[in-house]
Design a protein around this ligand. Structure first.
Ligand code: GLU
Length: 475
């Protein structure tokens, strides 16, 4: 047997790829990459009622956006039903499984009895050892696992440590329903085995399933993969993660303007750590990731931290990359920008030139886009209330006085333009802010923007002078 590490991410396509699922995928991906192995993707679509193509598309899209590329083809669990059935037949043959003819009414009686006796409901094994000759002809049986009744099932979990279940508390679970469809519990085991999975990493809501699954492995004589059940993510207040806390689809984070690398960095730190180190490049993450440093208590999701991390990534990102990312993010923004944003080559060139100033002031791509609105605005500009307040009579006079000086500027660059303004304030004795703020208001329609001389340069001579002229008096 090869000792290649194989992990898998196995989402159920009953909803979008939520943030907890994304982190599970990330951990699987990092574990595999760290070991030079593979991460496989299995879509657990056996629940035909609740699985949708839209959810599958959202999962594939979300993983791709996050840069979590799986290896090989996507495996669809439902397509493997025949193989799952074969495995059940082999268990029947070996006597490790049996037909159970208990009726829904009998099962209900067992549940009722358990309730009365104050213990968890459990199938009582009444068909475990009954001969086939006693089978009623009018009941379609299910197939159950003949699980061990004594002893313990023990899991040495890579995160939870040793977990023990008394076998008497685990009943004979159904492997094949009466209509011949395999159960989820069986399908997971057969698929993980057939896919050669060596390490399972998933949420700790699957911990009790692990005991059941181990019993199936044992009945089949298959090696149980190593398991790691990671604590779920909670909200910043410690309560179970809800929509309010950020239990949203990955696409929603994209729409909020987070960079995939920032979200990835934020997610890896949710439940895993290496000392106090906060920022990890992809290579660093891959090199450092291990299960030993996954914590046992639930991680807390904190939007403010994610936003700060995103701001860090924005400030350090390459300008051209940001222009492209911004363009690609536009269709994912839930709220359409106020202005029609035409990303013409000229506009993109301006965006690139303005980027150093823009990215300093933004924590998300949405804020970045908001800061860049002035590039897309058409003359005469709509001024917001603060900008209007800045443009009083005095301010308009300053603009009027500066206009001929700017017009005479030989080279339309931030430096000479700044020199003109500095010369003007020195001569007139007004404060720089008293001139710069009105310029900002006239050029961007707002009271905040990147450095005003950069704004002038980026807008270009014609547009810059035009916008000033629109607001000047006595020009
Ligand atoms: N399909 C399960 C889920 O989405 C995961 C099963 C597993 O990882 O074993 O929760």
């Amino acid at each position: 047997m090869s000792d290649e590490v194989v992990t898998r991410f196995a989402p159920s396509p009953t909803g979008f790829l939520h943030i907890g699922g994304a982190r599970t995928a990330l951990f699987n991906w990092l574990f595999a990459r760290h070991a030079g192995g593979r991460m496989l993707l299995r879509i657990e679509d056996t629940d035909r009622e609740r699985s949708t193509d839209a959810a599958i598309a959202a999962i594939l899209d979300g993983l791709s956006w996050l840069g979590l590329q799986w290896d090989g083809d996507v495996i669809y669990q439902f397509q493997r039903a025949e193989r799952h059935r074969e495995v059940v037949y082999s268990l029947l043959e070996k006597g490790h499984a049996y037909h159970c003819y208990a009726t829904p009414q009998e099962l209900e009686e067992m549940r009722e009895l358990a309730r009365k006796e104050g213990r968890p409901p459990r199938y009582d094994g009444r068909w475990r050892d009954r001969p086939a000759s006693e089978a009623p002809s009018d009941v379609k049986p299910v197939v159950r696992l003949k699980a061990p009744r004594d002893g313990e099932t023990v899991l040495d979990d890579k995160v939870q440590g040793r977990v023990t279940w008394a076998n008497k508390d685990l009943d004979d679970l159904v492997l094949l329903r009466s209509d011949g469809t395999p159960t989820y519990m069986l399908a997971v085991v057969v698929d993980d085995h057939d896919m050669g999975v060596t390490q399972i990493i998933r949420g700790d809501d699957h911990l009790t399933n692990a005991a059941r699954q181990m019993q199936i492995y044992q009945a089949l004589g298959w090696q149980v993969p190593s398991m790691a059940h990671i604590p779920l993510i909670h909200g910043a207040d410690g309560a179970k993660l809800s929509k309010r806390h950020g239990a949203l689809g990955v696409d929603a984070y994209r729409g909020m303007g987070y960079l995939p690398e920032a979200l990835r960095n934020y997610l890896v730190r949710l439940g895993w750590s290496q000392g106090d180190k906060e920022f990890f490049s992809t290579e660093e993450m891959i090199a450092a990731f291990d299960l030993a440093n996954v914590g046992r208590s639930p991680a807390r999701f904190d939007f403010a931290k994610l936003e700060n991390m995103n701001g860090h990534y924005l400030r350090h990102a390459d300008d051209a990359y940001l222009v492209e990312t911004l363009t690609a993010t536009l269709p994912h923004l839930p709220n359409k920008p106020v202005l029609p944003l035409e990303f013409t080559p000229e506009r993109k060139a301006q965006l690139l030139a303005a980027m150093p100033g823009l990215k300093e002031r933004a924590k998300t791509l949405v804020e970045l886009l908001d800061g860049a609105q002035f590039l897309f605005a058409k003359r005469p500009l709509m001024l917001d209330a603060k900008a209007q307040a800045l443009l009083d009579d005095k301010a308009r006079e300053h603009i009027g006085a500066l206009l001929p000086l700017f017009t005479a500027c030989a080279e339309w660059k931030a430096e000479p333009l700044e020199a003109i303004v500095r010369g003007y304030v020195a001569e007139t004795g007004v404060k720089l802010g008293q001139v710069a703020q009105p310029l900002r208001a006239a050029l961007t329609g707002r009271a905040t923007s990147p450095g005003i001389f950069d704004v002038l340069e980026v807008l270009g001579r014609e547009e810059g002078l035009g916008r000033l002229l629109d607001q000047a008096s006595g020009a």
